[in-house]
Design a protein. Structure first.
Length: 206
């Protein structure tokens, strides 16, 4: 999946064949998955696969030496790096067992969240539906009811409706502390009420 690299390299501009992009801070970076680098500040492409004079002269230890002449540019220029991610994982939660409000840890280290899909269960309790809210945390050890989620998604409200889903950016949401979630019956982050069960959720991440 081609998208925007979530961690930009360190840019050191210089004459042709001398400027560098240091990708050593990007986990599992592979040069053959880098499609293009755009210097948004200068409004120019400084790297592109198959483009004449926009490739690289060397790559090692995460440092790519550019063919392009970047003299006069600044190391603080804004870069857009288009990268072909591979290995996006889909974590499926099928809440068929008795639900709890114990958090589920999807990844205990840095993650990038690309999407959340779900199929909620709507059960009428006689005066309305049992509501349920998915809360996603930027940590691998949230305290439900205390830790503030970075994202709360209504699976189903008390009227049996599911509002428009949250739009996750194309380049994902970086979660530096890990990826975990919980489902509770109410929307406030302080809620610890056990929800009605049966919701199916798919979380796409790397």
């Amino acid at each position: 999946m081609k998208t925007i690299l979530y961690t930009n390299p360190t840019f050191t501009p210089a004459a042709a064949g001398a400027g560098t992009l240091n990708f050593s801070s990007v986990p599992n970076f592979l040069i053959n998955r880098l499609v293009a680098v755009i210097n948004q500040t200068q409004n120019v492409i400084i790297y592109a696969t198959t483009a004449p004079n926009l490739g690289y002269t060397s790559f090692g230890s995460g440092i790519l030496t550019l063919q392009a002449n970047t003299t006069g540019y600044s190391s603080s220029d804004s870069l857009i790096c288009i990268y072909d991610y591979d290995g996006i994982v889909s974590f499926v939660h099928d809440e068929t067992a008795t639900p709890t409000v114990a958090p589920v840890v999807v990844k205990n280290s840095k993650a990038v969240l690309f999407g959340v899909n779900f199929t909620p269960v709507r059960i009428d309790n006689g005066v309305g539906c049992y509501s349920a809210y998915l809360k996603i945390y930027n940590t691998n050890s949230p305290a439900v009811g205390t830790t503030v989620p970075i994202l709360t998604i209504c699976l189903v409200d008390a009227n049996g409706n599911t509002p428009a889903s949250y739009k996750i950016p194309a380049n994902g949401i970086v979660l530096s502390g890990g990826l975990s979630y919980v489902i509770t019956a109410n929307s406030p982050y302080t809620d610890t009420t056990v929800p009605q069960g049966g919701h199916t959720i798919t979380i796409n991440y790397i």
